[in-house]
Design a protein around this ligand. Structure first.
Ligand code: NOJ
Length: 676
C-alpha cells in the first residue's frame, strides 16, 4: 500500500489545481507531504505512518511593502522526480552517503496582474524532509527585500524538546534545556530536537545550505507552533535579494530512534556537491596546541612575561606533536594585535605579522622538518573589515608556510558584528544574519583559493556546507571544553549526551576534548564534568575531522597508557552506528576507521552511572578482534575520583554481547583491532 502512495502522488500532481492537494511521499511511503492552498493561502502538512506530524502550516514570504508571496497564487506547473544515488565524502563520519528522495517542484504564479513567480521545492527522504523557495529570474521580480518568512511548523503533538534560545548575547553558547515543546523558549536556535509521545518519531528541525540568506530561528506562534524567524539586518529587513535567488532548505530530520537522527545525512544531501574539485589538500588530523594554558590563565595571548606563543613553548609543542604522531600544532596569540582590548569589534589584528618573540618562518619550517605542521590562528575579534582586507594575504602566507588549516575566531557579542554598506557606513549585525553568513562564506572561499582548510569558532551554525566546500572542516557553535574548568561555570555531565542529539546534528564540532588534568587544584578543582575515560570517549562521540588533544602536553605524561587511545583514534570514518541512546542521559556510538579494519566505540553518560550493554554486530563475521578497553575504574566518579580508569584487553567476535559499567559522569573508549 505504502509503495502505491508514491505512484498515486504522481497522478494527483498531474491533475493539481489550486484547490486540490498535491502530495509527495518518501521512497518508503512512511512520510507524506501534502501541499494545499485553501482560499489561495499556501500551506503544507506532513504525516508520518498515517499520523499527522505537522498540521497544515503556512508557507511564503512577506516582501518589502507588506505584500505576500504565498497568497493568491495558482499552481502553474508541477514536476516530480526521484533520485537514488550514492556519493562519496572526501572525509567524514561515513564514506558513502545515499541520497534517495522524491522531489516535488511546484511553480506558483500570482493570480493578480503582477503574476510574480515563486518555486516551492520539496524533497522527501525516508528519514527527512527538505523544502525551499526559489525566486526565478523574471520581469516582475528583480531586486527584492524579504521582511518576513511565513514558513510555519505546527506540530501535531506536544513532544519533549531540547532547545537553546536565540537572540541572546552569547551566540549559540548556552546549555540545552529540556521541556515539553509548549514550555520551550520564545525564539529558538536550530537544531531543535523533539521526541514525539507514545512511541512516535524523533524529529529535529534545522536548515541546510545557508548561502546568501539569513539563518532561520524558530519563533513561537502557538503552544506547539513556530514560525521561521530570519535573523534581521539592523535595518529590519531579513534578506536582501535579487532574482534568481533561493532560500536555504528548511529541514525536518525524522527517525524511529534518537540514533536515527545522528546517522541522518539529509542535511548533507540537500547541499550541493563539492564545488572545489581536487580536495586532496584537505586533510583530517589531530592536533595539540598553545591554547588551554591561556584559558587557565597560566599563559597569555598578549605579549609580556607570560606570552604563550614563544619560540621555546612552540618548539616544545612541536616536539611533543612529532613524538606522538600529531598532525598539527595550533598556536594562538602569535600575531600582533592581542595587546589591549581585542574583543567587541575593537580589534586591530595583523594576520601576517608575528610578535617579536615568535619566529613564524623558522617555527613553520621546524614543524615540517619534524613531520608535523603549524595550525594557523586568525582571531578577528569580529573586526570584519580589518580581516577582509587581509584575508587573502593571510591565507597566502599560511599556504607558503605549509600550514594546511587555520582556526578562525569571532569573539563578539549579540548584534555587534560590523558590516560596511555600499555607501561606506558601518552597521552592526547578528553573526547569523545575512551579512555575516556572507562573510563566513567569503572567508571559506578565500581559504580555498590558497588551499587552506578552516575551523571556525563563533561561527554561524553548520548547515552542511562542508559537502560543497570540503575545506570548511569543523567549527564551534556551542559550549565546548573551554566552558569547563577555564571559565563559564562548566557544562555539567548532561551536556555531551545532549549535544550529540542537538548541536551535533548540524555537523562536526571542534569541542577540544582530551583534558587529563581533571583533579586540578584550587577553585577549578575538577570542573571538567567527566572521568578520564569520559574524555577519551569524546573522540568517538563528538565527530570532528580536526580533533584536538586539548590539555597542556605535560599533563599527558602521567597517563601515557590512556593517552595511547588519543594517539590511535582516527578522525576519518568509513561508517557510524549509534548502538544505544537516551537523549541527555547516555549514548554509545561505534565507528569504523576509514583507513584500516579497526572499529572504535565510545560511550558517554551523564551523572547517573550506566551500564553499556550492546551487541557487537558491527564487527566482521568470522573475524576475531582484540578489544582494548579504556573504562572507568570501579571507584571512578567525575566529582570525587575522575582519574580512576582501567585498561584491559578482551578477545571478541561479531555478535558477542558486550557489557561495561560507566561511572557517574563517566565514559568508555574501545579500539577493536582484527587479529592477524
Ligand atoms: C574563543 C575560542 O572559542 C577559543 O578557542 C579561543 O582560544 C579564543 N576565542 C581566542 O581566540
Amino acid at each position: 500500500m505504502k509503495y502505491l502512495l508514491s505512484l498515486v502522488v504522481a497522478l494527483l500532481m498531474a491533475k493539481a489545481t489550486a484547490a486540490q492537494p498535491v502530495m509527495v511521499a518518501s521512497p518508503d511511503g512512511r512520510t507524506v507531504v501534502t501541499v494545499v492552498t485553501p482560499d489561495g493561502v499556501l500551506t503544507y502538512r506532513v504525516d508520518r505512518d498515517g499520523q499527522p506530524l505537522l498540521l497544515p502550516s503556512r508557507l511564503g514570504v512577506v516582501l518589502d511593502g507588506g505584500d505576500t508571496l504565498g497568497v493568491g497564487m495558482r499552481i502553474a506547473d508541477v514536476a516530480t522526480s526521484t533520485t537514488d544515488e550514492t556519493w562519496t565524502q572526501p572525509w567524514g563520519e561515513a564514506e558513502q552517503v545515499r541520497d534517495h528522495h522524491n522531489e516535488l517542484r511546484l511553480t506558483l504564479e500570482e493570480t493578480s496582474d503582477d503574476a510574480r513567480q515563486m518555486v516551492l521545492v520539496f524533497r522527501v527522504f525516508d528519514d527527512g524532509v527538505g523544502f525551499r523557495y526559489e525566486w526565478p529570474e523574471q520581469e516582475a521580480l528583480g531586486v527584492f527585500e524579504i521582511i518576513d518568512e511565513l514558513t510555519a511548523f505546527r506540530f501535531a503533538a506536544n513532544p519533549e524538546s531540547w532547545w537553546i534560545r536565540a537572540y541572546e548575547n552569547n551566540r549559540y553558547e548556552y546549555l540545552y534545556e529540556q521541556s515539553p515543546l509548549d514550555r520551550a523558549g520564545y525564539v529558538l536556535h536550530t537544531p531543535v530536537t523533539m521526541a514525539f509521545p507514545d512511541g512516535g518519531p524523533f524529529v529535529a528541525v534545522h536548515e541546510a545550505a545557508l548561502v546568501d540568506y539569513s539563518a532561520m530561528q524558530l519563533r513561537r506562534i502557538g503552544p506547539t507552533a513556530f514560525q521561521a524567524d530570519l535573523a534581521p539586518w539592523s535595518t529590519g529587513v531579513r534578506v536582501y535579494a535579487e532574482t534568481p535567488h533561493r532560500s536555504s532548505w528548511r529541514v525536518l530530520l525524522i527517525g524511529d530512534t534518537p540514533g536515527d537522527l545522528v546517522t541522518n545525512y539529509t542535511v548533507l544531501n540537500l547541499n550541493e556537491p563539492n564545488a572545489l574539485g581536487d580536495v586532496s589538500w584537505v586533510r583530517p588530523g589531530k592536533y595539540v596546541g598553545i591554547w588551554w594554558a591561556m584559558h587557565l590563565g597560566q599563559w597569555s595571548w598578549s605579549s609580556g612575561p607570560n606570552h604563550g606563543a614563544t619560540n621555546e613553548h612552540t618548539k616544545r609543542y612541536i616536539d611533543f606533536a612529532a613524538e606522538h604522531g600529531f598532525d598539527g600544532v595550533l598556536v594562538e596569540g602569535w600575531n600582533l594585535g592581542w595587546d589591549g582590548d581585542w574583543t567587541a569589534g575593537k580589534s586591530d589584528f595583523s594576520f601576517t605579522e608575528p610578535y617579536p618573540d615568535y619566529d613564524l618562518d623558522g617555527l613553520a619550517a621546524y614543524a615540517l622538518e619534524r613531520g608535523t605542521r603549524l595550525i594557523g590562528h586568525h582571531e578577528t575579534g569580529a573586526g570584519i573589515p580589518n580581516y577582509e582586507a587581509q584575508m587573502d594575504d593571510a591565507f597566502a602566507l599560511m599556504n607558503r608556510l605549509g600550514v594546511e588549516a587555520v582556526k578562525t575566531g569571532y569573539v563578539d557579542w549579540g548584534m555587534h558584528f560590523p558590516h560596511v554598506t555600499a555607501a561606506g557606513d558601518t552597521t552592526r549585525e547578528w553573526n547569523y544574519g545575512q551579512a555575516m553568513v556572507n562573510h563566513y562564506q567569503r572567508s571559506v572561499e578565500a581559504a580555498a583559493r590558497h588551499r587552506v582548510s578552516v575551523n571556525i569558532h563563533e561561527p554561524v551554525k553548520d548547515t552542511g556546507l562542508r559537502r560543497t566546500y570540503p575545506n570548511l572542516m569543523t567549527r564551534e557553535g556551542a559550549r565546548g571544553q573551554e566552558y569547563n574548568a577555564a571559565w563559564g561555570g562548566g557544562n555539567g555531565p548532561d551536556h555531551v549526551p545532549t549535544l550529540v542529539f542537538t548541536r551535533m546534528l548540524a555537523g562536526p564540532m571542534d569541542f577540544t576534548p582530551g583534558i587529563f588534568d581533571l583533579a586540578a587544584d584550587g577553585e577549578n578543582a575538577n570542573a571538567v564534568p567527566t572521568t578520564l575515560a569520559g574524555q577519551l570517549a569524546l573522540y568517538v562521540i563528538l565527530y570532528s575531522p580536526l580533533q584536538m588533544a586539548a590539555d597542556l602536553v605535560e599533563n599527558y605524561a602521567p597517563h601515557m597508557d590512556a593517552f595511547q587511545f588519543i594517539k590511535d583514534v582516527p578522525v576519518d570514518w568509513a561508517d557510524t552506528r549509534v548502538l544505544e541512546a537516551k537523549i541527555g542521559d547516555y549514548v554509545t556510538i561505534a565507528r569504523k576507521d576509514r583507513h584500516s579494519d579497526d572499529w572504535y566505540l565510545g560511550a558517554k553518560n551523564d551523572a547517573t552511572p550506566h551500564t553499556v550493554d550492546v551487541t557487537l554486530d558491527f564487527l566482521d563475521v568470522g573475524q576475531t578482534y582484540t578489544a582494548t578497553i579504556y573504562r572507568d575504574g570501579d571507584g571512578a566518579d567525575w566529582e570525587s575520583n575522575p582519574l580512576d580508569y582501567v585498561i584491559e584487553r578482551r578477545t571478541v567476535r561479531a555478535g558477542a554481547s558486550f557489557s561495561v559499567d560507566l561511572a557517574s559522569g563517566g565514559g568508555l573508549a574501545v579500539r577493536f583491532a582484527p587479529d592477524n
